[in-house]
Ligand binder design. Structure first.
Ligand code: ATP
Ligand code: PAF
Ligand code: BAL
Length: 280
């Protein structure tokens, strides 16, 4: 696997692939890779001749009091895993490369409405950071196809909207959430959990599954079901951030049984913020 650390090296590799007529697949990540990330690479390889991944812990998407500094960085292990999954190249830019003049004067991309809801309301500026870095990575890599996880459901919706609005010639593929045997969505932040917290963590997905059945049974109005589910999260040891029965495309709160729905949730277990979702 090629390890590309500069924009010039990346562009030379992309040029070589283009001259060879290769269809390029791209998997952007923040590293500390797990089976969910490697699944993205596997899927990308099904849709492209070559796959390139990126690892960049993007400071623009972290809030002041978030975990930018402690975010796990495991490059050597990540490179071994990517190589084992047939990734052809890995791009690992630094913040100085991505934001040479600093974040304060950096041009940005913002997806209105979708970026303001749910995690956008809880993490001010987060999705501006995500859409900006992904747009820049798309311009640098210029892939034909890019894979994102459904674990970050709102992020995937925002990327799809950005690609459509800005006419990126890139096919976006959403990959189902990879889960541990007990149902917990794999996430780099799961590594923050203590043993006691990890034992409680599966309750998040279990509560989403129970809520889905209640929605299908039309057990009560959606807002009442949301409140009950948040109470169940608290009883399971979580501090709920949000739990919203939403429209799959607009992500606005759903009210109608006929709408295509997704349950979106974020909750803290100790100091660890977990997210998950379940389509209804
Ligand atoms: N369990 C998973 N299943 C499928 N895709 C996933 C999973 N976890 C992460 N991804 C996807 O991998 C890509 C990179 O995500 P990222 O590097 O932030 O990993 P992460 O596990 O989501 O970390 P974090 O704990 O910061 O959320 C994103 O498209 C994300 O949706
Ligand atoms: C898409 C992404 C790599 C942009 O930094 C990040 O938000 C992530 O890892 O999901
Ligand atoms: N996959 C989530 C990235 C973040 O929380 O910044």
């Amino acid at each position: 696997m090629q390890h590309l650390e500069s924009i010039s090296a990346l562009r030379a590799q992309i040029r070589d692939w283009r001259l060879a007529g290769k269809r390029i697949g791209f998997v952007p990540t923040m590293g500390n890779l797990h089976a969910g990330h490697f699944r993205l690479v596997d899927i990308a390889r099904q849709h492209a001749d070559v796959v390139i991944a990126s690892i960049f812990v993007n400071p623009m998407q972290f809030g002041q009091n978030e975990d930018l500094d402690k975010y796990p960085r495991t490059l050597a292990a990540d490179m071994q895993g990517l190589t084992a999954h047939g990734c052809a190249a890995l791009f690992t830019p630094t913040p100085a490369i991505m934001y040479p003049h600093g974040l304060d004067v950096q041009s940005f991309v913002e997806v209105p409405k979708l970026g303001d809801l749910h995690c956008g309301a809880s993490r001010a500026g987060h999705f501006r950071g995500v859409s900006t870095v992904v747009a820049k990575l798309f311009n640098l890599v210029q892939p034909d196809v890019a894979c994102f996880g459904q674990k970050d459901y709102q992020q995937l919706a925002i990327i799809r909207q950005m690609v459509a609005d800005l006419s990126f010639p890139i096919e976006i593929i959403g990959v189902p959430t990879e889960r541990a045997a007990d149902g917990l969505a794999l996430s780099s932040r799961n590594g923050y959990l203590t043993a006691e917290e990890r034992a409680k963590a599966p309750a998040l997905y279990q509560i989403l599954q129970q809520l889905k059945q209640q929605i299908l049974a039309a057990a009560a109005p959606y807002r009442e079901l949301e409140q009950n589910a948040k109470a169940a999260l608290q009883a399971a040891g979580f501090i709920p951030d949000y739990l919203n029965i939403s429209h799959r495309q607009t992500l606005a709160l759903a009210n109608d049984a006929n709408e295509p729905k997704v349950i979106l949730a974020a909750a803290k277990l100790g100091s660890t913020r977990l997210i998950d979702n379940l389509e209804v």
